[in-house]
Design a protein around this ligand. Structure first.
Ligand code: FES
Ligand SMILES: [Fe+2]
Length: 325
């Protein structure tokens, strides 16, 4: 399984300070570090005697091993101060800082960069939440709306309106799209006014999942009740699922909106969205920790009309993400 051929976020930008940090991808530890505006990512084991490089420090553009002081640049080329003629080196990864996160993949890999930062939209927040669940179960949870009424505070559809929610699934070889439309669940009047909603609007949650890396791009908006007129407010959310270990997945959430300007209303809307994203994804992560489901967990299950995308996605994860390049 060659996960390094895909780009993955491995920590948030704000989590990587002047100190190196240990991150995990597919059960393998790496040391990431910043130096002179460059991000380095190396296997987190010194090629000398295996010390954790992430417990060292960054000096002179290199990551210095805390055991015997061998030092390595972001290109993996090192030096051993006690034996200057020696040229130790370690594997290195390609690492970049983008959209508020640190991403890495193998140098020369061709996996595309996921479009989590939509052009023309305004960033609201970037967060990371850890779920004690496999990648597949985590993606399942983000790609059906049936749980939203029971689990979420604001997002999705009220349980009593679930029957009225329309779900359309379209599969392509490399993507699965799900379009959901149904009555907006009751919200406090102040919140409705802030978003610009009427009393009988439909909420649209239209998302597409891709598999290199495994991620889903959501477009959420509203349609005025009794008409086909789209309300101006639109929220775009990119969710990237990074498999930290077999049963642990990090959920990176990139929230953007078209609400522009620095006036009090736009500001209040962005603050509300930020709080909303934090609370709602935290609820998902906590729920996933209580879900006992293995990676092959759909066989023999009784699936409903909201679960149609799940098998299609799992097939694509197997083929496009975990399978041979
Ligand atoms: S183990 Fe890293 S320098 Fe010796
Ligand atoms: Fe959810």
């Amino acid at each position: 399984m060659d996960l390094l051929r895909h780009w993955h976020p491995v920590c948030l930008s704000r989590e990587l300070t002047h100190r190196p940090r240990r991150v995990w991808l597919g059960g393998v530890p790496y040391a990431v570090f910043r130096t002179d505006g460059v991000i380095g990512a190396l296997p987190d084991a010194c090629p000398h005697r295996g010390m954790r490089l992430s417990t060292g420090r960054v000096r002179g553009g290199q990551l210095v091993c805390p055991y015997h002081g061998w030092a390595f640049g972001p290109d993996g080329v090192g030096k051993a101060p006690g034996t200057p003629q020696m040229r130790p080196h370690t594997a290195c990864l390609e690492a970049v800082e983008r959209d508020g996160a640190i991403w890495m993949r193998r140098p020369g890999a061709t996996g595309p960069f996921p479009a989590v930062g939509p052009g023309g939209f305004h960033p609201v927040s970037v967060t990371r939440h850890r779920a004690a669940a496999p990648l597949e179960a985590t993606m399942d949870n983000f790609t059906e709306v049936e749980h939203t009424g029971a689990v979420h505070w604001m997002l999705g559809y009220a349980p009593e309106a679930a029957e009225a929610v329309q779900v359309e699934v379209t599969a392509r070889p490399d993507a699965v799209r799900v379009y959901n439309r149904g009555p907006q669940r009751p919200l406090p009047a102040a919140l409705r006014a802030l978003i610009g909603l009427g009393p009988a609007d439909d909420f649209i949650d239209d998302w597409t999942s891709y598999f290199s890396p495994v991620h889903t791009l959501f477009e959420q908006y509203w349609i005025e009740g009794g008409t086909e007129a789209r309300r101006p407010a639109t929220v775009r959310i990119g969710v990237v699922y990074t498999p930290v270990h077999d049963d642990v997945t990090d959920i990176y959430t990139f929230v953007h909106t078209n609400a522009e300007g620095s006036g009090p209303r736009a500001l209040a809307l962005r603050l509300m969205l930020r709080a909303f994203a934090e609370v709602e994804v935290r609820l998902d992560a906590s729920l996933l920790g209580r879900l006992e489901e293995g990676r092959g967990g759909l066989e023999g299950r009784r699936l409903g009309r909201f679960d149609k995308a799940l098998r299609l996605q799992r097939q694509r994860i197997e083929r496009l993400y975990r399978g041979p390049a």
